[in-house]
Design a protein around this ligand. Sequence first.
Ligand code: ADE
Length: 244
Amino acid sequence: MRIDLISIFPEFFDVLDLSLIGKAQREGLLSLHRHQLRDFSFDKHRSVDDTPTGGGAGMVMKPEPWALALEHVLTQPEAAAAEQPPILIIPTPAGEVLTQRAAQELAQAEHLVFAPGRFEGIDQRLLDWAPEHFQVRPMSIGDYVLNGGESAVVVMVEAITRLIPGVLGNPESLAEESHADGLLEYPVYTKPARWRGLEVPEILLSGDHAKIGAWRAQQQEIRTRKLRSDLWAKHVVAREQNLT
Ligand code: ADE
């Protein structure tokens, strides 16, 4: 997968060189490309924002530097060779909320481009122009407001890229983790069996894998019902329709 990240703070994405995503890049499973948005602004101050037309607080990002940066990405060999236009993800609290299902779908893509805005957002005409060249997806990471989209991009890139085959050391952990099947994960324990007076549930020491599996499935249900009644309601409906 190729990922292009365009921002006035491209250093924000340096954390993506660490840990498993850094390793995935070194192994060639993933190529991340950072771009400084100001490199596509040609006035004296390399400015990327201006006052809102019609008045109001704050500043609005100008469409032209964004269009030039995005056109630059489109000239890259991966984009030029692809059958489908790249997916352009615009982080915004007004977007579709990222779910595990959306992450799974986006993990199949060949080319993602992230365009995190700052200030009051990007001029609407950039969003009206972009669908001619990209599959545009405004996306949110939750119902709260960040200072800019960069931290949301880090969250999205991590949620998506860990699902690319080969990125995680042990692919089995994907099948068992929270949200993989619409339920929260069961509680986990390690050694010692007794710690500060607290015991590991006895069944986990039994060596009976069928019983352990059944206990874990039951724990998933108990936890989800207690902590996330919204997910539990969806699970019950899906189960009734025989989808799970
Ligand atoms: N930019 C500001 N807030 C955001 C959010 N919650 N999700 C994605 N991008 C954002």
